[in-house]
Design a protein around this ligand. Structure first.
Ligand code: NAD
Ligand code: TYD
Length: 352
């Protein structure tokens, strides 16, 4: 049996594929357009591995996706492919509409046509898992209860609006066409292979390079952090045991204010790689202009996933964040290759 993973060269997709190949006897076909966020180096340890096939391509390319579905007789799809950065969605919303909405629509249609042609046995076992975000639920006040699967969608950024639209399409393809779908809505991830334009990797690398650690606004916005490997294990569990047509919130009960996250990173770096001039990394913290429409707080209630599918995260924020800093310190080559690419142009556009 073989599964298709879209967006497999991105941050979470590549972690998912690496774990899958390690833990399962099933083959994986990785499909990725290799946008600025796709980095094949993330999957370099799988070179020559007969269980892994990489294909460069677009989820919107119906011919290609249909051919892959048939050629590999795929039994499941995990859809990570997306434009994923809120700040980029503010500068260029069109890319988000194209990939997250139109791309998901095209993918659903390719899959529907393949699934309709399967024999009853294969049809019964086929699954399409759509990976989404807690940002579709909008923003919470300090005292609101955490997001449950029943919360209404109230997206505030072009990114979250495009993901909410894709979630709606997936839901509609289940109710209208009977396509066997599952959806996960996860909180903020962190860990290895995280592209360094997102808060945690950006601050680790800026700290090490003596650059400012940019805090948007007052730094009191709250995110609910989950170590990426825990997100991957939750997706495997939902794919295996989830009830078709259902959505599952994924989170680690780790709400932190941005400023506290950055201070924690600084403290770990002070310990693991003290600055030669004897000053603390915290002294590099700089307050910058806030993000327009910046959501104040996200928090995930993962009770459904824990109770119905017996999933629990392995890492606390303290253990996961330390592993993450250690990974960035140990993977200088990966970092230098990413930093020498398009990432540099992006940083210039965003912060100058
Ligand atoms: P990412 O930006 O690191 O990776 C996205 C990948 O998709 C890249 O490799 C890119 O090349 C590929 N891609 C983009 N457009 C494509 C297209 N049209 N066809 C094929 N491939 C395409 O993103 P990520 O952080 O790994 O997020 C993966 C998924 O998880 C996204 O759907 C995102 O919404 C969701 N998610 C992310 C987080 C998070 O904290 N990063 C949290 C919850 C959910
Ligand atoms: P980010 O990693 O972009 O994820 P998301 O916007 O999907 O939550 O940002 C996490 C939080 O950190 C968010 O509240 C914005 C904030 N942030 C900063 O304060 N400074 C930065 O340079 C970046 C990239 C993010």
């Amino acid at each position: 049996m073989t599964i298709l993973v879209t967006g497999a060269a991105g941050f979470i997709g590549s972690n998912f594929v690496l774990d899958w190949v390690n833990q399962s006897s099933e083959e994986v076909v990785s499909l990725d357009l290799l946008t600025y966020a796709g980095n094949l180096e993330n999957l370099s340890s799988l070179e020559g591995n007969a269980k892994h096939h990489f294909i460069k391509g677009n989820i919107s390319d119906r011919d290609l996706v249909s051919k892959l579905l048939k050629k590999y007789q795929l039994r499941a799809i995990v859809n990570f492919a997306a434009e994923s950065h809120v700040d980029r969605s503010i500068h260029s919303p069109g890319d988000f509409i194209e990939t997250n909405i139109v791309g998901t629509y095209n993918l659903l249609e390719s899959v529907r046509s393949y699934w309709n042609g399967l024999d009853e046995n294969h049809k019964k076992h086929f699954k399409f898992l759509h990976v989404s975000t807690d940002e579709v639920y909008g923003s919470l006040s300090k005292t609101d209860p955490a997001f449950r699967e029943t919360n209404p969608f109230e997206p505030n950024s072009p990114y979250s609006a495009s993901k909410a639209a894709s979630d709606h399409l997936v839901r509609a393809w289940y109710h209208t066409y009977g396509l066997p779908v599952l959806t996960t809505n996860c909180s903020n991830n962190y860990g290895p292979y995280h592209f360094p334009e997102k808060l945690i990797p950006l601050c680790i690398l800026n700290a090490l390079n003596g650059k400012p650690l940019p805090i948007y606004g007052d730094g009191q916005q709250i995110r609910d952090w989950l170590y990426v490997k825990d997100h991957c294990s939750a997706i495997r569990r939902v794919l295996d045991k989830g009830k078709l047509g259902e959505t599952y919130n994924v989170g680690g009960w780790n709400e932190k204010a941005n400023l506290d996250v950055v201070k924690t990173l600084c403290a770990i770096l002070d310990e693991l790689k003290p600055k030669v001039d004897g000053t603390k990394y915290e002294s590099q913290i700089t307050y910058v202009k806030d993000r327009p429409g910046h959501d104040r707080r996200y928090a995930i209630d993962a009770t459904k996933l824990e109770k119905e599918l017996q999933w629990r995260p392995q890492e606390t924020f303290d253990t996961g964040i330390r592993k993450t800093v250690e990974w960035y310190l140990a993977n200088e080559t990966w970092v230098s290759h990413v930093v020498s690419g398009d990432y540099k142009n992006w940083v210039q556009k965003q912060y100058t």
